[in-house]
Design a protein around this ligand. Structure first.
Ligand code: UDP
Length: 477
């Protein structure tokens, strides 16, 4: 029985009387009634009715989720609260994590990159890689087969688990593949990954993508489902923070001048002068990845915003100098620092590059939360994006956003209603103009922020994903 109310731990499973590699994540159960105060007036009733129906339909079945990590990464972060809510409404949701050797993960990383349309390590995806992939999954598949009963539902997440589909169908389970990766216009690299994965994916009873544009050409339209990602509004990243608490966190970490409570790890800052409490801020929070375009954000702000407003730019990302496993991030950060040093002094004084401490996930999340809540405008000037969780996070916090019209961002933001979209993310003058438009008209920014909050409330909360999945399961049964 996995109903141990300890959301943080994972344990090994015994199958066939022996210890095996599969890991079962212990999950809590969270009542969805906590959403009653968050949702629009008619929504809670509809939610609880759907839950009752789902519980009836799923009685006696387990809903297995299988992925390759219990910690870190957007998928794990989204799964934990979602499965908590599923269990909270009485669905027997479970989570198993597969294991593999480095060679297996080298292949799956390659698949992941190609699905994003990127070359990654440039290595092949041929028969040798298929053998590595299938060998690792065969072992995991046998262990799962010991646990999965006929009639169970199995949700397999991402390329790492697609190869399990045939074996789990043999168990008599309903097997669904959930792809969290995609790109607006697929290229040859993406097709290489499709080709590799299709022999498995085509055998699934349903496939779930985050957007219609991400669905692969060869897949059966009747079996596809579109489920958007969601944010957990009760997590440290998104939960309400009173203004004084926001100020305290920013002061404690050095992001703004002032005295904060002790005990917080400092943010590493590249800046001329610390921000004061009253400075207006344009913010982008992103990994140090060239697709998030830190150089374009800094240049666009320096050339088109700094001279025409009093606002400062804060570009915040994870501390890449503290972790050795992100050499690409370190390089992108170094480029951003170089650009900062070359800026004309007046512009440079307005640009702040921040490395957020990563040692404690809750601390990091609270800092992101405080940064987002204190920003006057939040930008996400990405050049490519799957969904763009940072956009939903900022919108939930009633921020006015300026973001690229790409990937899931264009689903989230309705231009001119719940934020501003940039048709060409590389056009720095248009980026600057959009940011200035909001800085110059705080009332408009406020209105866009209010609409943004409602947009997220109506579409991107965990309860929406829960209902979408329940509807899919009903369809399958
Ligand atoms: N994030 C964070 N700390 C950072 C930078 C980013 O917690 O220093 C979070 C951010 O709040 C968001 C996620 O990482 O929840 C990034 O997801 P998104 O979909 O925006 O982009 P991805 O990084 O997956 O491409």
């Amino acid at each position: 029985m996995l109903a141990v109310p300890d959301p943080g731990r994972a344990r090994r499973v015994r199958a066939g009387g022996v210890d095996v590699t599969l890991e079962l994540v212990t999950l809590g159960a969270t009542p969805t009634t906590s959403f009653d105060g968050v949702l629009a007036p008619a929504q809670p009733e509809a939610l609880h009715a759907a839950e009752r129906l789902g519980r009836e339909k799923l009685a006696g079945r387990r809903v297995w989720n299988v992925n390759s990590t219990a910690q870190g990464g957007g998928v794990a972060e989204m799964l934990r609260p979602l499965l908590g809510y599923a269990r909270g409404v009485g669905v027997d949701a479970r989570w198993a994590v597969i294991e593999g050797e480095p060679a297996f993960f080298a292949v799956t990383k390659r698949l992941h990159n190609r699905l994003h349309g990127m070359v990654g390590d440039g290595g092949p995806l041929g028969e040798a890689e298929r053998a590595i992939y299938e060998r690792a999954l065969a072992r995991n598949g046998e262990e799962l087969a010991e646990l999965v009963a006929p009639g169970d539902i199995v949700m397999l997440h991402d390329p790492q688990t697609a190869g399990l589909i045939p074996r789990l169908r043999e168990c008599g389970a309903k097997v669904v593949w959930r792809c969290h990766v995609g790109l607006d216009v697929p290229n040859e690299l993406a097709r290489e990954a499709w080709w590799f994965l299709e022999p498995y994916v085509l055998r699934a009873e349903a496939y779930v993508f985050s957007r219609a544009a991400f669905v692969w050409d060869e897949l059966d339209p009747a079996r596809r489902a579109i489920i958007a990602p969601s944010i957990d509004v009760f997590a440290p990243k998104n939960r309400e923070l009173a203004t004084h608490r926001v100020q305290q966190i920013l002061a404690a970490t050095g992001l703004r001048a002032g005295r904060g409570e002790p005990g917080w790890r400092p943010v590493k800052l590249l800046e001329d002068q610390p921000l004061t409490r009253d400075d207006r801020v344009v913010l982008q929070v992103s990994r140090w990845d060239s697709l998030k375009d830190p150089v374009g954000v800094i240049q666009g702000f320096a050339e088109h915003v700094a001279g025409r407003s009093d606002a400062h730019l804060v570009y915040a990302g994870p501390d890449v100098t503290a972790v050795a496993d992100d050499p690409e991030g370190a390089t992108v950060h170094a480029h951003a620092c170089e650009l900062w040093r070359r800026l004309p002094p007046a512009a440079r004084a307005r640009v702040h590059l921040a490395l957020l401490p990563m040692a404690d996930a809750t601390e990091n999340a609270l800092i992101v939360n405080a940064l987002q809540r204190s920003a006057d405008v939040v930008v996400q000037k990405s050049l490519a994006e799957g969904f763009g969780l940072t956009v939903a996070e900022a919108m939930w916090k009633r921020r006015a956003v300026v973001a690229s019209r790409i990937g899931g961002i264009q689903d989230q933001v309705e231009h001119g209603v719940s934020g501003l979209l940039l048709d060409d993310p590389r056009a720095l003058d248009a980026f600057g103009a959009a940011v200035l438009e909001l800085l110059d008209d705080p009332q408009r920014a406020h209105a866009l922020g209010e609409a943004a909050h409602e947009r997220v409330r109506d579409r991107y909360l965990g309860t929406h994903s829960l209902l979408d999945y329940l509807a899919l399961f009903e369809r399958l049964l």
